[in-house]
Design a protein around this ligand. Structure first.
Ligand SMILES: [Zn+2]
Ligand SMILES: [Zn+2]
Length: 321
């Protein structure tokens, strides 16, 4: 055997074994085989929330992302790859977690439901915060875009109405996997839609009249939310959370925060607040949490309660009436 190819060969052999279910029993949270319930694997928290609310007690949901862990760069252990290969339905968002995408491609086949296919994703650069800054022409003449160019924005769950539509499609998929209970799934999706539309109404009303509309956030997770409620996000980092922005980016964000008289620099529960604190100190602002809900923090709650906390934080930061 060629030594160099050994790791890859070993990995392929492991994958094959897992596909047969030989190792899955070692996992603490293996999807298992409950004949009464549909085994669903969800790739991260908002998809777990949907599957649990719509599946009710007819499903057993395993979340691949652990509570309190940032899910973008999630790595799967062999037991979790086993869960993916044994699940009756895998709910994931292609383009959000590369390691999940790979495991799904290799092990889930047509049992996978990619929620990114429900509605077209927004372009990462669309609606980004861009404008000519009066009185200080940019030396390079380039528009100062806060977003990296290209690519799609995966953070669709931060628009409650989009999440409701994903829920409707998920109910259909569950109904195909478990036809006897299809009507239950449809009914629970409709109930959830009502709750999400109520939340949407609260956001619309609560953010209607505000003194400012720009929010300075840790990473640009809030594009769907800002688009829906006519806000603008200024991201310290881009579509993925990173610990350290470049010194140039830091200087730009400080300038933006000053120009838009930001009272609050937002940070996330699952990422260090250090950089947000640095910027806040520079511009004389406070820091506060704006939760992108990629995972639940250890404070608990659920999608609806965390979103309502987010709304209060936004209303305070933007001085909404
Ligand atoms: Zn993100
Ligand atoms: Zn600006």
């Amino acid at each position: 055997m060629n030594i160099r190819s050994a790791p890859r060969t070993l990995a392929a052999a492991t994958t094959a074994l897992l596909a047969l279910g030989g190792v899955a029993a070692c996992s603490d949270d293996a999807a298992g085989t409950d004949p009464q319930r549909v085994d669903v694997v969800a790739a991260f928290y908002p998809l777990q929330f949907l599957a649990e609310r719509i599946g009710g007690d007819a499903v057993k949901v395993t979340n691949l992302a652990k509570p309190g862990a940032e899910p973008h760069d999630l790595e799967l252990n062999p037991g979790q790859v086993g869960d993916v290969s044994q699940a009756e339905l895998v709910v994931y968002l292609k383009g959000f977690q590369p390691n999940v995408d790979e495991a799904v491609e290799q092990n889930a086949g047509d049992r996978a439901f990619d929620v990114a296919t429900v509605q077209p994703l927004r372009d990462a650069a669309a609606g980004g915060h861009e404008h000519e800054h009066e009185g200080e022409a940019d030396a390079t003449g380039e528009p100062h875009a806060e977003e990296e160019g290209g690519g799609k924005d995966p953070h669709l769950w931060l628009d409650p109405t989009r999440l409701a539509t994903v829920g409707d499609r998920l109910a259909e998929r569950l109904g195909k996997a478990d036809p006897e209970r299809a009507a239950d799934y449809t009914a629970r999706a409709a109930t959830l839609r009502t709750e999400l539309e109520k939340l949407d109404g609260e956001f619309t009303a609560g953010l209607k009249t505000c003194q400012r509309r720009e929010i300075v956030v840790s990473h640009t997770a809030f594009g769907y939310l800002t688009e829906r409620y006519q806000l603008e996000q200024i991201g310290i980092t881009g579509l993925s959370p990173e610990n350290e922005p470049s010194p140039q980016r830091l200087a730009e964000v400080i300038e933006e925060a000053r120009e838009h008289k930001a009272t609050t620099i937002f940070f996330e529960t699952l990422v260090s607040p250090k950089v947000a604190q640095t910027i806040a100190d520079q511009v004389g602002a406070k820091t506060a949490v704006l939760d992108p809900l990629e995972g639940l923090s250890t404070d608990g709650g659920d999608y609806l309660s965390v979103m309502r906390t987010n709304l209060q934080a936004l209303r305070t930061a933007l001085s909404c009436s």
